[in-house]
Design a protein around this ligand. Sequence first.
Ligand code: GH3
Ligand code: MG
Ligand code: MG
Ligand code: MG
Length: 316
Amino acid sequence: YVVKDNPAAIQQLVLAVDRILTSGKTQVLVVDSDPESLEKQVSLIAKQRFQIIAVETGAAALEALDTHGGIDMVVCDIALSDMSGFDLLSEIRKRHGDDTVRVVGLAQSEDRMVAARFLRAGGDEYIQKPFLIEEFNSRIFHVAAIQKRVQSLHRIAARDYLTDIYNRRYFFEAGPRLVEQALRRGELMSIAILDIDHFKRLNDTYGHEVGDVVLKAIARRLKHRVSDRHLLARLGGEEFGLIFNGLGLDEALDYCERLRQEIAAQPIDADGEPLTITVSVGLAVISDREAFDNYLNAADQFLYMAKHAGRNRVFS
Ligand code: GH3
Ligand code: MG
Ligand code: MG
Ligand code: MG
């Protein structure tokens, strides 16, 4: 890719490489306005083989959370030069929610209530300074392990067990948010429902297991073909939901038409037997400020029309 003289593209590339290099590793953001204390924590956490970003102010911490994707944990001193750890904590919770990042507070305070207040405010763990190295390590490790488990449960909750693409729950959680965002930014967006034709007949003829093989193959094909900037989910049965970010009617129609043709043109191998599978698609375009369900219903009605018109086609 040529990104020369294109700062935005360079920035994107740097972030992408950053994500690849750090994926899988726990990323910890350490915030302390005392350089010595910061250094000490960084060297301790580094021994646990975590990826570390170190900053000295609350403002820098918030900026780091915005620019680096995937920070798992923030370890912050309560007394920062530009804001209190409490303010930083509440700002993190406001911007990033309760689940994406764990927050550990540290303080050199005689006031025993500080710990209670920090945990009450949504902090995950509190470490009193000066600390025993063993205690610091154990608490950090413990919080990192919890965060890994939270992330893994989130992933499982959002996926369809059979096909491993997003599930209905995730589609209905993310969909309204995406529509709202597109309307607010004045961006184009389309929603499609794609349904396998005569799937019941296929099950009846070849058995449920072959049906499952076909479902997985179609899901894999769609996942492979649909860019990550769009949303693909299995809505249930042999029905898939698609949200096309940035695509208006003409582009989304083209996109769906290509998907339809490719599926029809490449038979699916089910235990050595090539099965030609076709799909029908209903497509609706986001225009006015309407509820997500209305758009989905519109797509569903177009799907119904596509089925009635003979299947293996896209209606919008
Ligand atoms: P149409 O072309 O009108 O969409 O007909 P169809 O047969 O595809 O649609 P219908 O809704 O009548 O049947 C869907 C079938 O999908 C019925 C159900 O048994 C089957 N099905 C739903 N979930 C699964 C699954 O997880 N695995 C398998 N093998 N079959 C499934
Ligand atoms: Mg049906
Ligand atoms: Mg069907
Ligand atoms: Mg169906």
